[in-house]
Design a protein around this ligand. Structure first.
Ligand SMILES: Nc1ncnc2c1ncn2[C@@H]1O[C@H](COP(=O)(O)OP(=O)(O)OP(=O)(O)O)[C@@H](O)[C@H]1O
Length: 699
């Protein structure tokens, strides 16, 4: 079991006090808040640290084109600043104030909270938009929360974002690809629309670097009558003060197994600490499922340590209803344990959370443009993330954060900020978005952090071979424009378009929905044999994609039963999410004129449609390889079929994969067998047949 420094000794520190040793006292507010007292919402708002800065913030927004606001987690940036702007008149005359978030869950939660504070219904004066869900009213919505990706999509219809008077880019430290593209484009828009105000906010952003980015725009010649224009150099405001104290505890020695350590820590808190819910940060659906199972079994076996625990997973692959459970009040005498990925890391306030357990890891993308391989890897988080995680406690009363790494590691080894996603990702989706927005010179685009030219060129090549870009690197019509319109990876979008011609759109839309979530299988330790047996019941000789179709059919025939899922080691929540995404994709397909049609048993059409999207991921089994070694056609990389695939050990000669994961080797996940002749048929720009040998044209 992980050993922590005990509270009361000199070791526990308060949030952010890792270097100096000076203990901060809680700032201006320390008593009641929603659910814990009788203060009116107005009084609660006035107690937030940001309130003292209301006038300064409004002055800066008035006088500067760009303002950067840095303030502790919980100081009130996200919920309050949009309201201040509205109160000051920035939403008058039909204008709208936008506030972007990197994550969907945060968008929904923050919109509900702000609507509640303003005493209005979500979808009216306060609204939100996330991919596939628009809860706003163009005539009534004055404050709109949205993901940064959605705001980018809005630019396709309205390139200058004319309806917005102020755009607040919140949690900018996360530096998601969409945030970076957005920052680059907003800087461009400001040159054309000087009235637009930008407000960049975060608890942990490197304000100076961000300011330099916005500063670097060339000074415009100010002509007569322009004195009222805002100043171009960005203003930086630091909001002092914090919510309630969060005591930080570190482990004394590094832990071997962070899932096991997280479970033991939850039991330790439950046993020794007063009432209050617990939020645990793990990395993904797989280790969350394992932790939920370990805790549930502990509770079932009536371990005295676990009675009264309500254990809830939280990750993006869960259905909306399942995610909403984490917001429901905890019944008296119970303790809620939410086990989450980093989707709960920023902007969320979960009312009862008093304790946070931070594994120190998250799943992150890493892309190698030389091999053209992108992996999702469990990697250490940054200090900025660690602070955000700790900040989920102490929002409504004092809290504690248990870090499953040593203080020495945090201080000396953890990086201050993560690497921006744009520098460690495949850029296919990013390039198509910029192209759709009419940005032709992508290499010359003004990025907050430049992606590597190799990654850009790789992306341009793939889009060209998908038929999305033409010889002049412009979007093709109609394919390029249609692919850009579907809010999915371009390869999946292309697969959907191809299914229309092949008469299998019903099947391909199901496959696209399954590929959009991490896994539909239940993951658990010690149940591998049962899981493998369950897979065999659905396994299709063609591969995983066709197996998904069998599972989906079985799920429908069972009447969407949770018991059926349980018996077959299928994650019921994930299946519900698949249903949700499938419905949304159907709507988009119809809008694009795709005819919904089933190919019944003709799985060749399905495999050809997958090939039309994913031909770049084709691999050939090495002749005489007894170890199941494949080589990618494009980069001659050594890869293997993942043990979770139904084609593991089957090893067909030619396969296509959806994604790669790297552990001791590069493993292909979600694999389908193909006929090599389909590759030249689907991508004549990409492959050529030379003397019985299939070769990539683009290396
Ligand atoms: N749903 C909610 N229920 C109760 N109180 C809430 C809720 N949302 C926010 N609050 C209160 O408002 C405070 C400020 O939240 P807000 O999200 O605006 O802070 P922030 O500075 O943006 O923090 P972060 O950087 O963590 O997103 C919280 O600490 C909490 O006290």
């Amino acid at each position: 079991m992980a050993q922590f420094w005990k509270p009361g000794t000199e070791k526990p520190r308060l949030l952010d006090d890792e270097e100096g040793g000076v203990l901060f006292l809680s700032s201006s507010f320390s008593s009641s808040s929603s659910g814990y007292g009788y203060a009116s919402i107005e009084r609660q708002r006035q107690r937030l640290p940001v309130y003292k800065y209301r006038t300064s913030i409004l002055y800066l927004v008035e006088s500067h084109a760009t303002s950067i606001v840095v303030g502790e987690t919980g100081s009130g940036k996200t919920t309050q600043i949009p309201q201040y702007l509205k109160e000051a008149g920035w939403a008058d005359g039909g204008r709208v104030i936008a506030c972007t978030q990197p994550r969907r869950l945060a968008v929904q939660a923050v919109a509900s909270r702000v609507a509640e504070e303003m005493g209005v219904k979500v979808g009216e004066e306060v609204g939100y938009t996330i991919r596939f869900e628009d809860i706003s009213n163009p005539d009534a919505t004055r404050i709109k929360f949205l993901t940064d990706g959605v705001l980018l999509r809005e630019m396709m219809d309205d390139p200058l974002l004319t309806k917005y008077s102020v755009i607040m880019v919140d949690e900018a430290h996360e530096r998601s690809i969409s945030t970076d593209i957005l920052l680059g484009l907003l800087k461009k828009i400001q040159k054309r629309r000087p009235q637009l105000r930008l407000l960049i906010s975060s608890a942990t952003i490197e304000a100076k670097a961000m300011s330099d980015f916005f500063q670097s725009s060339k000074r415009r010649q100010v002509s007569e009558g322009e004195e009222l224009r805002p100043r171009l150099e960005p203003a930086i405001l630091s909001v002092e003060g914090r919510g309630f104290n969060v005591q930080i505890h570190y482990v004394e020695d590094p832990v071997q197994d962070y899932v096991q350590a997280a479970v033991s820590t939850v039991l330790l808190i439950h046993d020794q600490e007063p009432a209050g819910d617990i939020l645990v940060f793990l990395t993904g659906q797989d280790d969350i499922d394992v932790a939920v199972k370990m805790l549930t079994e502990e509770a079932r076996s009536n371990g005295k340590n676990s009675s009264g625990l309500i254990i809830l997973p939280l990750y993006s692959g869960l259905s909306r209803a399942e995610q909403d459970l984490v917001f429901s009040p905890t019944p008296k005498g119970k303790r809620k344990v939410v086990i989450s990925t980093n989707i709960a890391e920023t902007s969320l306030t979960l009312e009862g959370i008093v304790y946070v357990v931070d594994s120190g890891f998250s799943k992150q993308r890493f892309y190698n443009p030389i091999s053209d391989i992108e992996n999702l890897v469990v990697a250490p988080i940054s200090k900025a993330s660690a602070r955000q995680r700790a900040g989920r406690a102490g929002r409504l009363r004092p809290g504690k954060c248990y870090r499953l790494y040593t203080e020495e590691y945090f201080v000396n080894e953890m990086s201050a900020q993560g690497i921006p996603e744009i520098q460690r990702s495949n850029l296919v989706s990013c390039v198509i978005q910029l192209k759709a927005l009419g940005i032709d010179n992508i290499l010359g685009f003004d990025w907050p952090a430049s992606p590597s030219p190799e990654s850009m060129i790789r992306a341009l090549e793939v889009l060209y071979s998908l038929g999305v870009l033409d010889d002049d690197a412009k979007l093709t019509s109609p394919v390029g424009f249609q692919v850009a319109e579907i809010p999915l990876e371009p390869m999946i979008s292309k697969m959907i378009l191809a299914s229309n011609e092949l008469g299998c759109s019903e099947e391909i839309i199901t496959i696209a929905a399954v590929l959009s979530i991490q896994s539909i299988w239940f993951s658990g330790r010690g149940v591998q044999k049962e899981l493998d047996e369950a897979k065999l019941r659905f396994a299709a000789a063609e591969g995983d994609h066709v197996t998904f179709l069998n599972i989906y059919k079985g799920f429908l025939q069972s009447g969407k039963s949770s018991q059926w899922c349980h018996r077959n080691f299928i994650n019921y929540h994930a299946m519900k999410k698949v249903m949700e995404i499938r419905e949304q994709l159907k709507r988009i397909a119809l809008r694009l004129g795709i005819v919904l049609k089933s190919c019944e048993r003709d799985m060749q059409s399905v495999r050809k449609a997958v090939t039309a999207g994913f031909f770049a991921n084709a691999c050939r089994l090495e002749a005489f390889s007894h170890s199941g070694m494949y080589k990618t056609i494009r980069g001659s990389q050594e890869v293997y079929i993942h043990p979770s695939s139904v084609l593991f050990r089957v090893n067909p000669r030619w396969v296509i994969y959806h994604s790669l994961v790297s552990t001791d080797r590069q493993y292909m996940r979600n694999v389908i067998s193909i006929d090599s002749s389909w590759l030249t048929e689907a991508a004549p720009h990409f492959y050529q047949q030379q003397q019985q040998q299939l070769n990539p044209i683009i290396h």
